[in-house]
Design a binder for this molecule. Structure first.
Ligand code: C2E
Ligand code: MG
Ligand code: MG
Length: 639
């Protein structure tokens, strides 16, 4: 983990303080050098006057010079003057045996200076300097001048100016430090203020442990603290194998008790009792935080142990096993949501391996997850850039070869990657809700095309169950019909069987409202889901579409042929059209005709095509269709 935030704040503070202090010191050194320079200039000016034989006018420029003494080459005093205020007598005392003119033979030198630094710091030492400079005529030394300067006033005003500079600089440095420290530690401060309480997260009513949402909150908190102390966090997502059988055999009351017991047993494995969550019906999560690296195998072994111990409820002894998906912080994720998704991904793999299996999130899964996320990003920009197109596939009346309608099938024309089929992106679009904008666009486009140029009775549009869940799809359809001017009976909606799996009542009401608009409703892919027959009984469909997996096996498998024949006669008995999808061969056509199927759709009669191609082919379609239906040799018409 990175340096803890408070340590970073201290470092920033020290750096800031050092910066302020150095500006402070540098300003003092600057004052000192300015004053030294000034004193030297004053002395040299006097010496220059003497050098050209001019006498010194103390009353004029030399306000800071309080005394001077002019020596000849032998060190004898030629001239001396004093402002008379320093009380040290009018003549400077030069130490016995010292000739100032000898000192300056190689240039001027300070022989004494009171400390401007001390003065600057507030001592009342006067800023007095004694210095000796050479006196020359035409470059030749003729004597020396000893000058005493008092720079108290200059020092005082410079001190004031630089005090302001120093105070402002230090103030700004402190402000900068405070600002940086605030930004750096804000997250931490927020957490502390938030005072996270894991017992306050959303709880599952049945078991009392956290819900999925609660798990993410707890994970975020645990991971943040683990990061600060370099701990590891293991998340296991656990699915009880075949739990629905428990409900089926023993009843829901006993099933509920088993779930409560399972949650309790898992709490013994989690680091804290709140480290367990119930994700969905029979899916749990367990958080283990530890300083040392714990082996996933060992932890999963403990989960298996507690789950495989018999659940004794009301005289029943129930045996269970668990599939486990595991992920690790900090290796696999850096926030709760990601860690959970990683472990769930691993669980999906464990379930595919059969019961009682463990799968650990690995790089391959990570890559798949990343591809999934990348696809989601690309889908979003594809929507913005209008990269979708609608293809149309003809639906033919078998008896007459007449073109009845087209099915609208979306394609993604992805720059650089060609044309993508819905199989490549639909599941991601459904999971992320992006199916709503995409599906609405397809609906509008198909209705527009049908109103403007598609020469057929009807256009069929596929809707996903996601489109029924999260919007008032009937109002959307009504709006699109109104905007495009398409007659409602020319629109057919194809819905998947899985629509009836959950929230059947709401779905039924929505379907009824759509039907009330005058729109026809078809059940797509009939026969591959679980709810087919049940939903036929619940809702008056206008059409059943036999899934192409049945049509594909029609000529190879007598049982499949029998099933298809039954579906067709079922459809006739409740007076709905039956369309066979994926019709490719002459043999299939013959069998479907014998079974009484009235509409066919498939490569034999035309592959899905782009709008312009559909328009070009429409005219010659009918004659060919009859031919295609009856032609002896199977012809591949796949485009
Ligand atoms: P579907 O509704 O069952 O559509 C029929 C699929 O079978 C189409 O695949 C079509 O290209 C393919 N197909 C047609 N004739 C033949 C054939 O003779 N042989 C074979 N092997 N396949 C044939 P596509 O276009 O890839 O669409 C796949 C599925 O994606 C569709 O299945 C439909 O469920 C869904 N889908 C397509 N467009 C949309 C859409 O706009 N919205 C929604 N929600 N789903 C769509
Ligand atoms: Mg369809
Ligand atoms: Mg279908």
């Amino acid at each position: 983990m990175s340096i803890p935030k408070f340590r970073a704040a201290i470092i920033v503070f020290v750096v800031g303080f050092a910066l302020g202090a150095s500006v402070f010191l540098a300003s003092r050194l600057f004052v000192r050098s300015v004053l030294n320079n000034d004193a030297m200039l004053a002395a040299e000016e006097l010496a220059a006057d003497l050098g050209i034989g001019r006498s010194i006018d103390t009353s004029a420029a030399l306000s800071s010079v309080i005394r001077y003494t002019y020596f000849d080459l032998d060190g004898a005093v030629i001239e001396s003057a004093s402002s008379g205020t320093d009380g040290e007598g009018s003549q400077l005392k030069v130490p016995e045996g010292v000739n100032p003119s000898e000192i300056v033979r190689d240039g001027g030198a300070f022989i004494d200076e009171s400390s401007p630094l001390l003065g600057f710091m507030g001592t009342n030492t006067p800023a007095v300097k004694r210095l000796v400079v050479p006196v020359t005529t035409d470059g030749e030394l003729i004597g020396s001048l000893l000058v005493v300067v008092d720079q108290s006033r200059a020092l005082a005003s410079l001190t004031r100016a630089f005090s302001v500079v120093a105070i402002v600089t230090v103030g700004m440095a402190v402000l900068a430090v405070v600002a940086v420290a605030f930004v750096v530690t804000r997250g931490r401060g927020f957490r502390q203020r938030k005072n996270f309480d894991p017992t306050k997260v959303p709880q599952d009513a049945l078991t009392g442990v956290a819900t999925r949402a609660g798990l993410i909150e707890i994970l975020d908190d645990v991971m943040e603290r683990a990061g600060e102390s370099d701990h590891q966090v293991v998340l296991m997502v656990i699915d009880l194998d075949r739990f629905s059988a428990v409900n089926g055999i023993w009843g829901h009351a006993i099933g509920d008790t088993v779930l409560q017991m399972a949650a309790g047993r898992l709490q013994n494995i989690a680091t804290d009792t709140f480290g367990v969550a119930r994700i969905s019906g029979d899916e749990f999560a367990v958080i283990v935080e530890s300083a040392e690296t714990r082996s996933m195998q060992e932890l999963a072994g403990r989960v298996r142990e507690v789950i495989s111990a018999p659940f004794e409820v009301d005289g029943a002894s129930i045996m269970l096993s668990a599939s486990i998906g595991g992920a690790l912080y900090p290796i696999n994720a850096d926030n709760g949501e990601m860690l959970f998704r990683a472990a769930s991904n691993a669980l999906a793999k464990a379930k595919m391996q059969g019961r009682n299996a463990l799968a650990v999130f690995d790089t391959e899964m990570k890559q798949r997850m990343q591809r999934h996320e990348a696809l989601e990003r690309d889908l979003r920009s594809a929507i913005e850039r209008n990269e979708f197109v609608v293809y149309y596939q003809p639906q033919i009346e078998l008896a007459s070869g007449r073109l009845r309608g087209y099915e609208a099938l979306v394609r993604w024309e992805r720059p650089g990657e060609g044309i993508l089929s819905p199989r490549d992106f639909l599941s991601v679009a459904e999971e992320t809700g992006l199916i709503l904008p995409i599906g609405n666009w397809v609906l509008r486009k198909a209705c527009q095309d049908a109103a403007e140029w598609l020469e057929a009775d009807s256009v069929a549009v596929n809707l996903s169950s996601a489109q029924f869940r999260s919007q008032e799809i009937d109002k959307t359809i009504a709006g699109v019909l109104q905007d495009t001017g398409l007659a409602p009976d020319r629109l057919e909606i194809e819905v998947p069987e899985n629509l009836f799996l959950d929230g059947a009542q709401d779905v039924m009401e929505t379907l009824n409202r759509i039907k009330a608009l005058g729109v026809r409703i078809a059940m797509d892919d009939f026969g591959c889901g679980y709810a087919g027959l049940a939903s036929l009984a619940q809702f008056p469909f206008d059409k059943i579409k036999i899934d192409r997996s049945f049509v594909g096996q029609l000529t190879e498998d007598a049982d499949v042929a029998a099933i298809v024949t039954s579906i067709v006669s079922l459809g006739r008995s409740i007076s709905v059209d039956v369309t066979a999808e994926g019709v490719e061969t002459k043999e299939q056509v013959t069998l479907l005709r014998a079974a009484g199927c009235n509409i066919v759709q498939g490569f034999r009669f035309g592959a899905p095509q782009r709008g312009a191609a559909v328009a070009a082919n429409a005219a010659q379609m009918e004659a060919e269709n009859l031919h295609a239906a009856d032609m002896q040799d199977p012809v591949e018409r796949a485009g």
